[in-house]
Write a protein that binds this ligand. Structure first.
Ligand SMILES: C[S@@+](CC[C@H](N)C(=O)[O-])C[C@H]1O[C@@H](n2cnc3c(N)ncnc32)[C@H](O)[C@@H]1O
Length: 368
């Protein structure tokens, strides 16, 4: 295929952008999805990177673009590329089938921007990567500057601010979110590289944000943990309304069986204080289904939670652990928590006065 011909179809902004296949550092054998693939240039470049054992899907809402991309793939003799007609807000692929989602100058065009990361998260396998090039606007871009920039650049219509982009990715369940500004197009409009990861846990398992529909399973796992007598001074799990009211909505995750959807564990956090000085300090709880312990679920959940908390500006995560709960202590110490002290005989639990170890993890990335 004549590369120059394809590049001719690109807008000035798309030409300036770093292609998705370079951002995401593709490996041989991977399955890749290019959102809004246009004439297919990134799909063809990616197809070469993933090699004959990999597959690259291009998705575009315009049938003419799908046909053009198919013709380009045929002319280039690329056999491991497939072009799909559909929208990035309702991706026509099953869940957990893609290793990497890429996109170039597309997501800013969507009129339902929350749906795009949610769909990308759904189709990615655990551990999958999101690496896109997009257009973002500065926080609080004034209402006169925005239309000027949109008219000049032609791609910034309704683009997200860096914070809005980050919030949508975190709400979808992504962790390790980085947004790096690249070119400055003036009037507060920038190109940006946006990268994020779907938490990994192990074959057949995934981590996603907790939803209202998880209530019964989350509370059953909570109760099973309390029944061991080693998790908390509490003896009865609260009703959902009480649980949800006291936990931060953006810092709750569940681990699930990816086939059955069954919830196998959860982690959630509460604010410790309303004082601004403690805005980045939370207290967390983590519970794994008693039948699923020692499968790495706790470690994966806690790791994903720490990454999400740091993304959200949390600098200290704290909790209390009974000294007898050696598994929980080891889990936390393995992920950077330290024991800051022992509260001796602090509470009477089932007729026994018990100590509690206060543990905390101070971030080296946030609040430094
Ligand atoms: C600016 S072009 C970029 C094309 C390609 N990614 C590139 O870098 O050359 C945007 C492409 O996204 C497609 N597109 C826009 N909104 C879409 C949506 N909601 N769903 C699927 N495709 C969409 C358009 O048809 C167009 O081909």
């Amino acid at each position: 295929m004549a590369h120059d011909e394809i590049v001719d179809h690109h807008s000035a902004l798309a030409r300036n952008a770093l292609s998705g296949e370079r951002i995401a550092q593709l490996h041989a054998g991977e399955t890749v999805l290019d959102l809004g693939s246009g004439d297919g240039i990134d799909v063809l470049l990616s197809a070469r990177r993933v090699g004959p054992h990999g597959t690259v899907f291009g998705l575009d809402a315009r049938p003419a673009m799908v046909e053009l991309a198919q013709r380009n793939a045929e002319q280039a003799g690329v056999a491991n590329a497939q072009f799909l007609h559909g929208t990035i807000e309702a991706i026509p692929l099953p869940g957990h089938t893609v290793d990497v989602v890429i996109a170039n100058c597309v997501i800013n065009l969507s009129d339902d921007k929350a749906a795009v990361p949610a769909e990308a998260f759904r189709v990615l396998r655990p551990g999958g990567r999101f690496g896109v090039s997009d257009v973002v606007t500065a926080q609080g871009l004034d209402e006169q500057a925005r239309p000027r920039a949109e008219q000049r650049i032609g791609h910034a219509a309704g683009s997200l601010t860096v914070q809005e982009y980050r919030d949508l990715l975190v709400a979808a369940g992504f962790v390790a979110v980085t947004i790096t500004l690249t070119a400055d197009h003036g009037d507060g409009v920038h190109s940006a590289i946006v990268q994020a990861v779907k938490p990994a846990i192990g074959p057949g398992l995934e981590i996603r944000p907790m939803r209202e529909g998880d209530a019964a399973e989350v509370l059953a796992i909570y109760q099973a943990g309390l029944d061991t007598g080693q998790a908390s001074f509490e003896t009865t799990a609260p009703i959902w309304e009480g649980f949800t009211a006291s936990r931060l909505p953006h810092l709750r995750y569940v681990a699930t069986d990816s086939d059955s959807g069954e919830v196998l564990g959860w982690v959630a956090a509460s604010a410790v204080s309303s004082r601004p000085v403690y805005a980045g300090v939370v207290e967390h709880s983590i519970y794994v289904h008693p039948g699923c312990q020692a499968h790495g679920i706790g470690r994966a959940l806690l790791g994903a939670f720490i990454a999400a908390a740091e993304d959200a500006g949390v600098w200290t995560i704290q909790s209390g652990v009974f000294p007898e709960n050696a598994a929980s202590l080891a889990l936390h110490q393995g992920l950077g928590f330290r024991v800051v002290g022992t509260r001796e005989r602090i509470g009477c639990h089932r007729g026994l006065w018990r100590d509690v170890l206060m543990i905390e993890r101070r971030s080296t990335l946030t609040g430094v």
